[in-house]
Design a binder for this molecule. Structure first.
Ligand SMILES: [Zn+2]
Length: 312
C-alpha cells in the first residue's frame, strides 16, 4: 500500500480572544479567507490579551490510506485530532476533483485523541485533492488540514480471451439413419484403432439403401468422393455451427449438392459401402469447430449425440 503521510499540522498554540468585534476585521486579513488562529493572533500587536482555549482542536496528523485506488474500491483518511477538552470534534472533508466539482463530505463527529479511520465516499475515476478540516466551537477554532492527492484509476477492462466456444448440444434433431441399425462392434467406436490413425467417428451399421437424413437443419458444405477412405461423402454445416460428416454413401445416391439448405430429416443420400468399407454402414462424425477447417479442430465422440437423437 502506498502510504502518503502529510506533514503534521500544528495549529498555533495560542488563540486570541477577540476583545472587540472590530479587531477581527483589522490586520489586512483577506476577507475571503476563513478566520484562522494564525491570522487572528496578530491581534496581540494591539495589546489584547492572549487567551489559550483549552478545548481548541489540533489536527495533529492526517494521511490517506492509499494515494491511488481503483474505481470500486474505497480510500480512507486517517486523522488524529488532539483536543484537551471534550471527546469529539466535528470533521469535514473536502474532496476536490481536478477540473470538476468539490464534494464536501462530513463523517460527523470524530473521537479525539486517537487515530481514526474515516472512509471516503465512492469516487469516479479522476484526480482529487482531499482536505480535512476540524471545527471547534467557533470559527476561530477551525483547523484546515493539508492537501492530499488521491488518484482514482478506472477499472482495467480485461478482454475475454477469444476462445472458440463449443456450440451447445442440440436439444432436438433426428437420427441420421432411417431404418434398423446397430452401433456395431468395438471397432465401430470413436477412437478405435485403425492402420495409421484412429477412428474419428461412429459407425452405424444397417442395410444398404437406407435413407441417410440430416439430423439438424443446416447447409451442405461438400458432396465429394474419396476412393481410398470415405467413399461418397457429404459434409453438412448445421445451424448450431457443428459440421457433420457422412461417409460411404451409395454411388449416385446424393440427394443434395454443396450450398443446399436442408431441414432436419431431409434426405442426404443412401446408406452404402463405398470407399474403404467392409460392409454397408454410415460412418458419422461431428466436428464442433469445423470439419478439418484448421489443424486445431478435432471431432468429438458422436455416440452420445446419436443416442439422444435415437431417443427423441
Ligand atoms: Zn467408420
Amino acid at each position: 500500500m502506498n502510504r502518503l503521510l502529510l506533514p503534521t499540522l500544528l495549529a498555533s498554540a495560542a488563540l486570541l480572544a477577540c476583545a472587540s468585534p472590530a479587531l477581527a476585521t483589522t490586520g489586512g486579513v483577506d476577507p475571503d479567507q476563513p478566520a484562522s488562529p494564525g491570522e487572528q493572533s496578530g491581534g496581540a500587536g494591539y495589546g489584547a490579551p492572549l487567551v489559550t482555549l483549552p478545548g481548541k482542536p489540533r489536527l495533529s496528523a492526517q494521511k490517506l490510506s492509499s494515494s491511488t485506488i481503483t474505481v470500486g474500491s474505497r480510500a480512507s483518511v486517517v486523522v488524529r485530532i488532539n483536543r484537551s477538552k471534550g471527546t469529539s470534534a466535528q470533521v469535514r472533508i473536502a474532496i476536490a476533483r481536478k477540473g470538476g466539482k468539490t464534494i464536501n463530505y462530513s463523517p460527523g463527529r470524530v473521537t479525539t485523541n486517537r487515530s481514526q479511520v474515516l472512509p471516503l465516499p465512492a469516487l469516479a475515476a479522476g484526480s482529487y485533492r482531499v482536505t480535512v478540516s476540524v471545527f471547534g466551537a467557533t470559527a476561530q477554532e477551525t483547523v484546515r488540514g493539508g492537501v492530499m492527492a488521491l488518484t482514482v484509476k478506472p477499472k482495467s477492462v480485461t478482454k475475454p480471451k477469444p476462445t472458440t466456444p463449443a456450440p451447445p448440444s442440440p436439444t432436438s434433431g433426428v437420427f441420421p439413419v432411417r431404418g434398423a441399425y446397430s452401433f456395431g462392434s468395438d471397432g465401430a467406436r470413436f477412437g478405435a484403432g485403425r492402420t495409421g490413425h484412429i477412428h474419428e467417428g461412429q459407425d452405424v451399421v444397417g442395410n444398404s439403401g437406407l435413407p441417410i437424413v440430416a439430423p439438424l437443419a443446416g447447409e451442405v458444405r461438400y458432396v465429394d468422393y474419396q476412393a481410398s477412405g470415405a467413399g461418397r461423402y457429404i459434409v453438412l454445416r448445421a445451424n448450431n455451427g457443428w459440421d457433420m460428416f457422412f461417409a460411404h454413401c451409395q454411388y449416385s445416391s446424393a440427394a443434395v449438392k454443396a450450398g443446399d439448405r436442408v431441414k432436419a430429416g431431409d434426405r442426404l443420400c443412401l446408406l452404402g459401402s463405398t470407399g474403404d468399407s467392409s460392409g454397408p454402414h454410415l460412418h458419422f462424425e461431428i466436428w464442433p469447430n469445423g470439419w478439418r477447417d484448421s489443424p486445431g479442430t478435432k471431432p468429438i465422440d458422436p455416440l452420445p449425440q446419436l443416442k439422444k437423437w435415437a431417443a427423441s
